[in-house]
Design a protein around this ligand. Structure first.
Ligand code: CA
Length: 347
């Protein structure tokens, strides 16, 4: 019997996060050591409360510690707001459908559920105690960047880091004034620090993993089938995704997986990753429209080390290569979500 795969999940705690963390909490071969929460689609406080509620929905026997983290990005974002749209339209003000009386009811204690240790300090301590841990980051990367700056050995400690965020073809999803992906836009400096300074293996699930095959995936998989399985977790996930599903239904689209892909990659990379690219990248920190977008060194892709052994083109090979997931096995990830929802019957 092999040891369980250890995960720490850093999350901003909204609806696709909740589906993602449910995969991990229900997976028989996974031990979730801790949740750390960050500012993102909702506050770090709301994210922590949502994770506490999600643990009840999952019938978790032994409470998994929650560490509240960054309350704001490292440097305030200067992108001009062009509309009153905010993420609550898609996720709900609480990030999970705004139904506090729905199962499992929101408790007052959800808003004091966290440990006293800060998320960044918890990341530092837990990676000292568990060198085999994988950190899965499915919100802005502020907590990880803080951990790097508090303890320079942190960058070489976890076994690996899996990130949902960023892009490689410049596909954004925030507003009409930026080509950045939401999580990297949410803290560009943090994303830059993590991608350029972490020394352990990094796997990025970029926004294009969702976008490029999205419509095709919706023909192959019923992304809402798990909601009809009749378990308590199905009921909660239905609440948590209700606003997003209603919004997408107007466009005849389904609520496909996003953060769930990163959790699935962390658990079963060999099954989930269909295609990937090793890219040398940087995060744009200055552009008016591109702040937070990932710049890819495509010359390195055109003229790799074998084609250009003397590096006549001057590729910056000090810039590390990062694995970007460019296609994933949607059936496998859906199977993991279905299994999580079915497993929750046993409680
Ligand atoms: Ca998220």
């Amino acid at each position: 019997m092999s040891e369980k795969r250890k995960l720490i999940i850093d999350t901003d705690g909204v609806s696709d996060d909740i589906r993602g963390i449910s995969i991990a909490m229900q997976h028989l071969d996974v031990e979730v050591l801790a949740f750390t929460t960050t500012q993102g689609c909702v506050s770090a406080v709301q994210a922590a409360a949502n994770v506490a509620r999600a643990q009840r929905a999952n019938g978790v026997e032994k409470h998994i510690p929650i560490y509240k983290g960054a309350t704001a990005q490292l440097i305030k974002n200067t992108v001009v707001k062009t509309s009153n749209w905010d993420e609550s339209v898609f996720f709900g003000k609480d990030g999970i459908g705004d139904q506090p009386k729905a199962f499992p009811e929101v408790l007052e204690s959800d808003f004091s559920c966290w440990e006293s240790e800060h998320a960044a300090q918890a990341l530092i301590r837990l990676t000292k105690e568990h060198s085999d841990v994988t950190i899965v980051a499915i919100g802005p990367l502020t907590n990880l960047a803080l951990a790097i700056k508090l303890d320079e050995d942190f960058k070489s400690r976890p076994a690996r880091v899996v990130i949902m965020g960023g892009n490689y073809y410049g596909v954004g999803n925030v507003n009409s004034q930026t080509s950045a992906e939401y999580n990297f836009h949410g803290d560009p400096e943090a994303a830059s620090i993590v991608l350029s300074e972490m020394e352990v293996a990094i796997t990025v699930v970029p926004w294009e993993a969702y976008v490029i095959y999205g419509k095709m995936h919706e023909k192959e998989v019923d992304f809402h089938a798990h909601l009809a399985l009749g378990t308590p977790l199905a009921e909660f996930l239905s609440t948590a995704t209700s606003k997003g599903r209603a919004r997408l239904a107007r466009k005849n689209r389904q609520y496909a997986y996003c953060d769930e892909i990163a959790v699935a990659v962390a658990i079963s990379p060999d099954h989930v990753i269909k295609e990937s690219k090793k890219l040398r990248v940087a995060v744009e920190l200055a552009g008016k429209y591109t702040r937070g977008q990932v710049m890819v060194d495509w010359t390195d892709q055109l003229w790799g080390e074998n084609d250009d052994p003397n590096n006549e083109r001057g590729v910056d090979r000090a810039r590390r290569q990062i694995t970007f997931v460019t296609a994933y096995d949607v059936h496998y990830v859906d199977g993991m979500v279905m299994a999580a929802v079915k497993n929750s019957i046993k409680q």
